[in-house]
Ligand binder design. Structure first.
Ligand code: BGC
Length: 732
């Protein structure tokens, strides 16, 4: 008999339910503390999993209670939200998405896992794979942006990075893909609100990143808080059990979100904790995070015959299975025993700096305002985010220490030792006080250049951070307008560094700034990275992974919308457009400038005739006609102009990159499988339809800037390969 079977045979009901329970823990002066419980619960086996406990000492202390003092000695599973770094913070996920570079995505996850494992952790509640097309939603900051293909690439890379080659290694973590699924479509961008979307959108936009995570072997998945068409995800048997488990074959652990099982009562689908526990268990949720519904409700449910012991055992087996894969039974102390070398830590900081440098998006750069000239004598750095080290890490930075974060001013002082740098906040990030504006304007007098550091605070995006007015908070507009006026009078160029967890709707700012940089939140090395870019030590190369609206009324706005029968570009009044603003975004998906200037030519598509199994080679020549070396990103979109179901105007299928010296020409090669051109037809099953598909290649999702080629898909009699999907997924 194997270890797990034997344990399950020996366990009491209370011990089993302990393995299905995850409770928040912390460390006080008196020692470890557990939310609503005492450490005795670990000794008795009533708690089998913890979240939020950090540090080798506390982890070892708690683990010892479980392993050495509980009856069966089952080790604890200890998890934390290691989302974009642990002690060393990398850019927030939306910013990291701007790299369009799976290798970098993998590397930062791998480094975060190493650092977190040194702190005794075995699990992270990441990656966040929520596709979002609505900047009102604060959690847009945590995800890959608007595109499902990007979400899938990110899922693969992050799972590989966190989990490494073996989960049993002392420096890997179990990943938990979240939040399953369609959370990014909450109504009107309001956190935790209902989601009601078509099954086609669900399958084409929101499920692909989770399919990718399962393919990559993700250890766990977390259902989202919200309901989908009336069925809360925590109780969604159709999507959790039938789709994830039965169709995709996901055999890992389903961990509820924080108190989500208990919240089934407020959703109005469970009368009490017992009913809530039954719904969640039946849907396939293995671990109850923070509701205590399983411990309180399942004994009653068992007695009433609402669940069986066999159903409980299935969940227990999965949890114990994960602990075994993590090597916790063999050596429960393997994580948290290693002290990293200073060189390993320094190398991680260098990675954080280079990734942050590449995550910035240069949205505008008129008159070559950036990079700043090397002969700068006086630089004026104004704004509430100019010297705000504590804001730099971004939304998920529970373990960031304030002294480890580099502000813009600190980075610039380091990067421009010969330049006199004057700085003032002018106003607070939020609040109504304008009294500091005059002093800030004084500083601007006679400056060679002005950097205006504006935006949201770190906590204005992330969870529970929806905004009905996603623009500059407080009195920042008043400050900016005053600075622009002073700068115009004195002919000083103004660069705006914009901090945010979402595209802010600030068309006026984009118009008035000479240069505009989306800095998002760049993590611990933010200031150094910003200094690298504005001084020209590095050319910016980030591309926005989300369409940048010019007006809030355009939201949701995304590049892959379907064509209208009355396109906006017609002159007719009766067209799909607004009376009061353009239908075009301020900046399209993929937009981002560099210090080079690239032209594209000579798009080649071979072969031009392919069957379903064929691979299509696509190449394009690029020339850097600018004066500086730079990296350029090219996007490969497809467009199926004629099909039984209207297809999006553009669909992203591949991304290529090249670095070129001034005057240099090079070729970007990309491969596309004809299989990837298939789409979901009328019956929602993948359908291969013969016909022409356009291949469009260029710097962003603005069609007028894309080179166009074509491929003809030939008919193929039988479908093979892809899983057939049947039945509506939204039923409970
Ligand atoms: C969030 C999750 C997170 C969990 C544990 C919840 O409020 O929605 O993303 O993993 O808390 O911290």
């Amino acid at each position: 008999m194997n270890r797990i079977d034997k344990l399950i045979g020996d366990m009491t009901l209370a011990e089993k339910l302990g393995q299905l329970t995850m409770t928040a823990a912390g460390y006080a002066v008196t020692g470890p503390v557990i939310a609503g419980d005492s450490t005795d619960a670990i000794r008795t086996g009533a708690i089998g999993n913890l979240l939020n406990l950090v540090g080798p000492g506390p982890v070892r202390e708690m683990q010892r209670l479980a392993v050495e003092e509980s009856r069966l000695g089952i080790p604890l599973l200890i998890g934390l939200d290691v989302i974009h770094g642990h002690r060393t913070l990398f850019p927030i996920p939306l910013a990291e998405a701007c790299l369009f570079d799976p290798q970098a995505w993998e590397l930062t996850a791998c480094e975060a896992a190493k650092e977190a494992a040194c702190d005794g952790l075995a699990m992270t509640f990441a990656p966040n794979l929520d596709v979002s097309r609505d900047p009102r939603w604060g959690r847009t900051a945590e995800g890959p942006g608007e595109d499902p293909w990007v979400g899938s690439q990110l899922a693969h890379a992050k799972v590989r990075g966190f989990q490494g080659a073996s989960l049993a290694s002392s420096d890997t973590l179990a990943a938990c893909a979240k939040h399953f699924c369609a959370y990014g479509s909450v109504t009107a961008g309001r956190e935790y609100a209902t989601v009601d979307i078509s099954e086609r959108t669900l399958r084409e936009v929101h499920l692909p990143s989770f399919v990718a995570a399962v393919e990559a072997g993700v250890a766990a998945i977390m259902p989202a808080f919200m309901d989908l068409a009336g069925v809360p995800m925590t109780a969604n048997t159709a999507l959790l059990r039938h789709y994830l488990r039965d169709q995709l074959g996901f055999d890992g652990v389903l961990v509820s979100d924080y108190n989500a099982i208990g919240e089934l009562i407020r959703h109005g689908v469970a009368a009490d904790l017992t009913a809530a526990a039954v719904l969640a268990l039946k849907a396939g949720v293995d671990i109850d995070m923070m509701s205590d519904a399983y411990r309180c409700g399942l004994p009653v449910a068992l007695e009433r015959g609402l669940v069986s012991m066999a159903e409980i055992d299935v969940a227990v087996r999965r949890v114990l299975g994960l602990k075994e894969r993590l090597g916790l039974f063999d050596d429960p102390y393997r994580r948290g025993s290693k002290i990293e070398s200073p060189e390993a830590v320094a190398q991680r900081r260098r990675l954080a700096r280079s990734v942050a440098t590449r995550a910035m998006v240069l949205l505008k750069n008129d008159h070559d305002t950036l990079p700043l000239s090397d002969t700068l004598h006086r630089l004026c750095v104004i704004g509430p985010l100019a010297d705000a080290a504590g804001e730099m890490p971004g939304c998920w930075s529970t373990c960031a220490v304030p002294e480890g974060q580099v502000s813009v001013v600190a980075g610039l002082r380091e990067g421009l030792p010969q330049t006199r740098i004057a700085t003032a906040p002018g106003v607070d990030i939020e609040g109504g006080d304008r009294s500091g504006i005059a002093a800030a304007l004084e500083l601007c007098n006679g400056a060679d250049a002005i950097l205006l550091c504006l935006g949201e605070s770190a906590t204005m995006s992330g969870e529970a951070a929806s905004r009905a007015f996603p623009d500059l908070p407080g009195q920042q507009r008043a400050l900016a307008e005053a600075v622009f006026e002073r700068a115009r009078a004195q002919r000083i160029r103004v660069t705006v560094i914009l901090f945010s967890g979402r595209p802010l709707v600030v068309p006026w700012l984009a118009e008035k700034a000479d240069a505009l940089v989306a800095a998002w939140f760049l993590g611990s090395e933010a200031g150094n990275a910003i200094s690298d870019v504005v001084t020209g030590r590095a050319s910016p190369s980030g591309r926005t992974p989300i369409t940048w609206p010019r007006a809030l009324g355009q939201v949701p706005i995304f590049y892959s919308e379907r064509p209208s029968g009355r396109p906006a570009d017609s002159n007719d009044r009766f067209a799909s457009k607004y009376l009061d603003t353009s239908s075009e975004p301020l900046y399209p998906f993929g937009h981002g400038l560099s210090y080079g200037r690239f032209t594209l030519a000579n798009l080649r598509v071979t072969p031009q005739l392919v069957d379903e199994d064929g691979t299509i080679a696509i190449s394009v020549d690029l020339t850097n006609e600018g004066k500086r070396a730079a990296e350029e990103t090219v996007f490969l979109f497809t467009r199926d102009k004629l099909a039984t179901v209207a297809r999006p105007k553009l669909e992203l299928k591949a991304v290529g990159k090249i670095t070129l010296q001034p005057g240099e020409t090079g070729t970007v090669n990309m491969n596309l499988r004809a299989f990837d051109l298939r789409f979901l037809g009328l019956d929602l099953a993948p359908v291969f339809e013969p016909g022409d598909v356009e291949i469009l290649v260029g710097p962003c999702a603005d069609r007028s800037r894309l080179l166009v080629g074509a491929v003809c898909l030939t008919a193929k009699p039988a479908l093979k390969g892809a899983a057939q999907v049947s039945g509506p997924a939204m039923k409970r």
